[in-house]
Design a protein around this ligand. Structure first.
Ligand code: UD1
Length: 374
């Protein structure tokens, strides 16, 4: 069976790595191809992940680069259509919720190639978030909906998907975290020297809703300056955030240490050893839960509610206004206890491979049409 795996942006790489490894253990059954759309192309957002996660070089790089959402989605579609026709896979696996995920799933739907969506069913119910559109539409045109948690199953059932298309396989990103945590730990001493040897808050922010508006970003930076009076702030800066800081002429306050984006292993080590985390990333909400480190999410909603009900995450809906209050709460010792959601056990990829195999060999039938059963 020829399986084509799609990656495009930073959060995809750690989800596809365990799948390729798990399929690689069955060379008699699966032949995997890796397609990189090129949505992320900076070495710091892409190459370093291939190296650290042990990903093979992509068989094909579509090289789409940046653009508006429409340009990017359309470019991926045009170039991916050629790839699909060239490789003729039996199925395509897409992960997560980035523009590349939707673009490739849509091409498959049009070409009638079965699609498995890994991380299906997550919903923020926030239509203003580009990823929410990508999630809803990708699920709508996927044949297999592989979910990370029961809340995602519930969302899909509520939307009318037939139960045989939904399988809760657990969190595949945690497979990578569980495997590479020892290697990340080995890098801690060197990283600690680079960052300075004091307690710190680890910050990542890149959502358009937080960083695109200069006034909002400036207010967030002011709160970080207040937090830095109590504890150091370490903030690896995403290219989108860097552009906004630059164009708004915002300078960091003393105690707020801006650094280059970190590779995977350093990012895990920096989270693990932080006092707490402040983020708007989806993946970091999950990683901090697994690591048992308190996390404040600067968003009014999350598509990953299990990190709140079963993990260490707290939303800051009124950010930046309520951020200082929530940070002080943590610094004063009001901290969520570490807990880990079920099926975040390092074996999600093995379950996905099993499901995919039975799906493709006909035991689990792809739906003949995509009509919703309500
Ligand atoms: C994308 C995903 C988001 C994910 C994030 C992780 C979508 C809609 N968004 O957002 O879900 O959380 O990746 O990082 O798919 N840029 C570079 N170098 C790169 C890539 C981008 O400098 O390698 C700059 C470009 O100026 C670009 C901007 O960053 O315009 C934003 O990149 P883009 O891929 O459009 O969205 P992200 O904000 O990275």
């Amino acid at each position: 069976m020829r399986i084509l795996h799609v990656v495009g942006a930073r959060p995809n790489f750690m989800k596809v790595a365990p799948l390729l490894r798990a399929m690689g253990r069955h060379p008699d059954i699966f032949q995997s191809f890796l397609v990189h759309t090129g949505q992320h192309y900076d070495p710091q957002l892409s190459d370093v992940f291939f190296e650290e996660l042990g990903l093979p070089q992509p068989d094909i790089n579509l090289g789409v680069g940046s653009g508006t959402h429409t340009q990017q989605t359309a470019s991926v579609m045009l170039r991916f259509e050629e790839t699909l026709n060239q490789l003729k896979p039996d199925a395509v696996v897409v992960v997560g919720d980035v523009n590349s995920t939707l673009a490739c799933a849509l091409v498959c739907a049009k070409e009638r190639v079965p699609v498995a969506h890994v991380e299906a069913g997550l919903r923020s119910f926030d239509p203003g978030m580009p990823e929410e559109i990508n999630r809803v539409l990708t699920d709508r045109i996927s044949d297999l909906l592989l979910t990370p948690s029961p809340d995602a199953d519930e969302n899909l059932r509520r939307e009318g998907y037939p139960p045989e298309r939904i399988v809760c396989v657990g969190n595949v990103m945690i497979d990578t975290l569980a495997r590479l945590l020892p290697q990340a730990e080995k890098r801690w001493e060197a990283l600690r020297t680079r960052l300075g040897t004091r307690p710190y808050v680890f910050v990542t922010l890149h959502r358009p809703s937080n960083v695109d508006d200069p006034k909002n970003l400036s207010e967030i930076m002011d709160v970080l300056a207040e937090i830095a009076k109590r504890i150091a702030v370490v903030f690896p800066v995403h290219p989108r955030t860097r552009q906004s800081l630059r164009s708004a002429g915002i300078r960091p306050a003393p105690g707020v240490q801006l650094v280059e984006p970190l590779g995977y292993l350093d990012c895990v080590a920096a989270q693990r050893h932080s006092d707490f985390i402040l983020t708007d990333s989806g993946g970091i909400q999950e990683e901090s839960t697994y690591l048992g480190v308190p996390c404040l999410t600067l968003r009014p909603n999350t598509e990953r509610p299990i990190t709140i009900t079963h993990g260490t995450n707290r939303l800051v809906p009124g950010a930046p206004r309520d951020l200082l209050h929530e940070a002080n709460r943590l610094l004063d010792g009001d901290r969520p206890g570490p807990r880990c959601p079920p099926l975040w056990d390092g074996h999600a990829a093995e379950r996905i491979v099993e499901v995919l195999q039975s799906f493709l060999t006909g035991r689990r039938k792809p739906s003949e049409n995509l009509a919703l059963q309500i």
